[in-house]
Design a protein around this ligand. Sequence first.
Ligand code: SAH
Length: 349
Amino acid sequence: MQKKDIKSMTLAELEQELVLLQEPHFRAKQIFEWMHAKRARGFSEMTNISKALRERLAEQYEYTDLPAVEELTSAIDGTKKFLFRLHDGNVVESVWMRYQHGNSVCISSQAGCRMGCMFCASTLGGLVRNLTASEMLDQVYQIGRLTGERVSNVVVMGVGEPLDNYDALLRFLFLVSDEKGLNISQRNITVSTCGLVDQMKRLAGEHLQITLALSLHAPDQEKRLRLMPVAKRYDIHEVVEACRDYFDCTGRRITFEYALIDGVNDSPEDARTLAKLVGSLNCHVNLIPVNPVKERGWKRPAHEKTAVFKELLEKSGIAVTVRREMGKDINGACGQLRNLRQHSAAQTE
Ligand code: SAH
């Protein structure tokens, strides 16, 4: 029988489990705090729980504790990249970034991805499997422990499409923001999606205070289709309307991510079309000069072209930032390190 994943359980669920074990109610809270506030690495650390109960717990439940198999630190900006091993041998990558307003952790939501975006390294090998909530959480916990610093922001922008793993994502969001756990404010959490409209609507209905980032990457349907297969499923206008609904339901300003690719989506005409598309929304556009991925062959535009693009959007009254590149020397872009390691593992097999 497969053991139950105790670290993915809410406090209410844990309380039910302890009833079955004929333990008093308050034990659930103790165990929950050991897992999520004190971030214990296993049942053996739970010193106010009897040895007998700890042994029973270990027999019945799986305790997620991801070992870091690699840690790289950027000599340029101190950004760190971690590779964690899952119990089935898969690896996931996570990034730690230091900003003026606090430390941010970027986590993966799936091992691989099936969305097929043409510029992205994470999708090259397809989807292997969804991560559990505890596997998402533990990336944050381990990074807090390994850096010895407080994590104040979490972005779900690593490998995978979070809304393609909806239930585990929601569980993760509740647990990471639980006041009896790590207690990260929902306002400091961002979830990035390629635009799965049905799940975006569902998410809006949850009335969370998280920020939704939408990977737009094109000013019109035709260009988006060339870059993102998901555009076949949902028209660009439908996606933008789902963003409007998200704002209406939650009051949270939308972030549009737009990877600038030389000669593909970076002309002044593209900027003007984009301004018309999103101009009436309460939003912010984050321009990302594309990270070249060896297998893809796209290039980033010259600085001047990026500056013109930004200025045109600003002239239309849109808030714009150009993403500062972090961890350039350590394969900072999502999926790159995982791919590298998987390839070299395959070669040595
Ligand atoms: N699947 C989610 C989150 C993961 S990717 C999504 O699509 O939003 C996080 C962001 O990085 C997305 O905006 C994605 O489109 C972008 N991205 C992926 N590969 C990139 C590359 N080579 N250069 C720049 N941005 C890239």
